[in-house]
Design a protein around this ligand. Sequence first.
Ligand SMILES: *Cc1c(COP(=O)(O)O)cnc(C)c1O
Length: 349
Amino acid sequence: MHQLCTSKGQDTEAGAGARVDLGLVRAARKTIRDLVVATPLVRAHSLSGTSGAEVWLKLETMQPIGAFKLRGASHALARLSAAERRRGVVTASTGNHGRAVAYAARRLGIPAIVCLSALVSETKARAIAELGAEVRRVGTCQDDAMALADRLALEEGRIAVPPFDHPHVIAGQGTIALELLDALPSLASIVVPLSGGGLISGIAVAAKALNPAIAIVGVSMERGAAMQASLAAGRPVEVTEEPSLADSLGGGIGRDNALTFDLCRHLVDRVVLVSEAEIYRGMSHLFHAEGLVSEGAAAVGVAALLAGKLPGLPLPAALVISGRNVDSDQFLRVVSGQPVTLGDHSVQG
Ligand SMILES: *Cc1c(COP(=O)(O)O)cnc(C)c1O
């Protein structure tokens, strides 16, 4: 297993041992102020009902790269020393983290390499190249891309920027909670898409420091819920990855997980799983009822709510709509009610 992007790379990176607390999240907010958008929080009329019970949507879809990952990546890169910046950064992320690193690196004038395997579409690769990063194509699977990122870090001294298991990345994502509680001090719960757990850990650290009573709920897809399986097992475990509408939630938490597993264990109140059909309905609902374009990963909270899987959710609640980077053909099929093929089966609302 090649884990450099999420573990060994940290040995060479300044600040890897920092403690994630409210102070670090507040510092992150100042550091990334000019690099990210303080996103809108809007009331979801279609989900709020007539009782006055309120559901709000935090629109991370409005970030420049279309996903919240810009917060963590911007913070991690902005914290690098001048000497580290000259060495440049490297990542093997195929999705929103890769875009975020590319975008933040260009804004900060740091050379970035994104390693991609043949599995990653030309469209995605071009999008990352257009953001100014050097794309290196290698091998046939994500492990090959991670191996190259490993090598570039070890042999060329590049700084590896992990997608979730790093204090500066987690603190960057946590800035969402500061914006939420500034806008809505009475907030009683936050519903967060959950994969490696950087997003929910940062949010939970900051939100619970400000209001220990606030409920933090994670939502993952049924197919390959690595953090949920790990929490159930009491240690990081690997799960089989399967194609999902929530492709941004794919991947494991890392066998050597240093931070997010423990943070989730202590701070997350509940984890809920949703099916592919439920995610399909969540995406469709956000478009037809709220006029929002969202990717599958971003729609899992709405999916859980619509499926009745969040009974007794403390209100007001904020659902983090984490991103909007979805294949347009897939999105058009979902919002027009047509079946979508995922691996060897098809899904429909
Ligand atoms: C990465 C990502 C997530 C999950 O974030 P983690 O920190 O890995 O839990 C959720 N939604 C979108 C759109 C993402 O890109």
